[in-house]
Design a protein around this ligand. Sequence first.
Ligand SMILES: Cc1cc2nc3c(=O)[nH]c(=O)nc-3n(C[C@H](O)[C@H](O)[C@H](O)COP(=O)(O)OP(=O)(O)OC[C@H]3O[C@@H](n4cnc5c(N)ncnc54)[C@H](O)[C@@H]3O)c2cc1C
Length: 556
Amino acid sequence: MAAREFDYIIVGAGSAGCAMANRLSEDRDVSVLLLEAGGDDHSIFIHMPSALSYPMANPRYTWMYESEPEPFMDNRRIHCPRGKVIGGSSSINGMAYVRGNAMDYEAWSRAPGMEEWSYAQCLPYFKKAETRAIGGDSYRGDSGPLNVSTGACKNPLYRAFIDAGEQAGYPFTKDMNGYQQEGLGPMDMTTHKGRRWSTAMAYLRPALQRKNLTLHKHSVATRILFEDGERKPQAVGVEYLQKGRPHSARARSEVILCGGAINSPQLLMLSGVGDPDALAALDIGLVAPLRGVGQNLHDHLETYVQYRCKEPITLYSAVGMLAKLKIGIQWLFTGTGLGATNHFESGGFIRSDAGVLHPDLQYHFLPMAVRYDGNSPATCHGFQAHVGPMRPTSRGELTLKSANPLEPPRILFNYMGTEQDRKEMRAAIRLTREIFAQSAFDRFRDEELSPGAQVQTDDEIDAHIRQSAETAYHPAGTCRMGTDPMAVTDGQGRVHGVRGLRVVDASLMPQIVSGNLNAPTIMMAEKLADAVRGRTSLPLSDAPYYVHPKWQTHQR
Ligand SMILES: Cc1cc2nc3c(=O)[nH]c(=O)nc-3n(C[C@H](O)[C@H](O)[C@H](O)COP(=O)(O)OP(=O)(O)OC[C@H]3O[C@@H](n4cnc5c(N)ncnc54)[C@H](O)[C@@H]3O)c2cc1C
């Protein structure tokens, strides 16, 4: 059977892929095929925000990756779930809506070929993507597909965290996605009327009404097809397995990889784009030598600082079966109550030291002491901050184990591989303890559950981190943009050395941003969709951003 032909083939209906599919199919005269390895998102556990720990651990919705034994983490393998369902990781994530710091994008834009990624150029796309429930302003959107709500902070512990931060000398920030990221304040979440607002809800469902967008679910792209081009190999299509049966489709204009920071470099290598020696060792024919594919892998590592709570006001009251049933029923019939929130309602960003230009530590506060992945259930009333360094300097790599596209790649992060990262992690724990020691917590604070009072010296903290720190689920950087020999893509995501092939997802980030990755990835897809369509970029924003006036000499 002849392969069907489309103008664009997008691989992966995740955060970036859904946004890209929506924007490209706005042009009624182009046809778009969207391939997604996973299936539908019809599950209460995906749509009910408070159920977030279920989908991330469910192989039905998740690529159950894990890292190689991590050499600086006591050789632990770290769980690395990625969404495998429409909406991708935005359907299984924690729903924290965080854009990163303006200066992350300023730093990107200083590298050759990256001039179009300044904050002034990114901010209009963050706004274009968003509708904030409480209204827009010069920073926040009011008419985009991605609905964003702000935490109500009804539980007094949320407010105690913000107040304790102020007592410790950190600023209050009313909008960490607006003018001022630095400080503690309420957090935003990608929810709408009490439901998770994944990119499947925001971008894909509306776009599927259009005849020019075709979605193939349960379809794993296994190889990009190339033909000899004028000067460079030309990507002309994709081979894929749909429910196990082989198919192919041809792309007249472009193949766009939106498979995420693990799968996009894997597919490039499987298709002959990568390190020539590594490909030769697996008998994969070389299409384009690009040694950077899969390199520059990095992620946010985080740790918990937990206390027992003296008052019975925490989410521990909600862990019993009967309580869960009540919460579920209220959520189902009214879309309100404890089921309607991700519970990350306050948090923020601080700098670990004087001389750090913008915050390098992030907080998610939770009125419960528990691991997010549900691995160790809460055993008492408690509260916690999840904290970690935002701009890790450790770098790992992603390589193929075999030429079999269904075999997971080898993933090595080298978490905590540098003294700089270890130093920031120690500061994270010490500064967090200082915040919790403030009088705002006197009413609530009981013994420290984790790391525990016995963990004090640098060596003790390092050992604690090695044994217990976990990922914030933000792998990035494996197809990074740039012009140097190790860059994989140019400033518009086009893969070097070939034509007709682009990557648009979190793997493009040259350096991970200081915050969670969903909103930045969507912003990148919005921005690059205009590039693919040949549209003029949105007008630059002139909105200023906050820099601590004494950052060189003051930590707070
Ligand atoms: C458990 C978890 C919690 C997180 N919490 C937050 C949070 O609270 N806030 C936040 O901002 N970020 C969070 N993140 C991170 C954020 O969601 C991701 O960084 C972001 O969604 C990545 O978007 P992406 O487009 O790069 O990839 P993804 O959204 O992962 O999309 C990739 C898609 O491509 C599909 N795919 C891959 N390979 C193929 C193939 N060969 N053929 C066909 N389809 C393929 C996948 O199945 C997937 O649907 C979290 C992530 C996880 C996993």
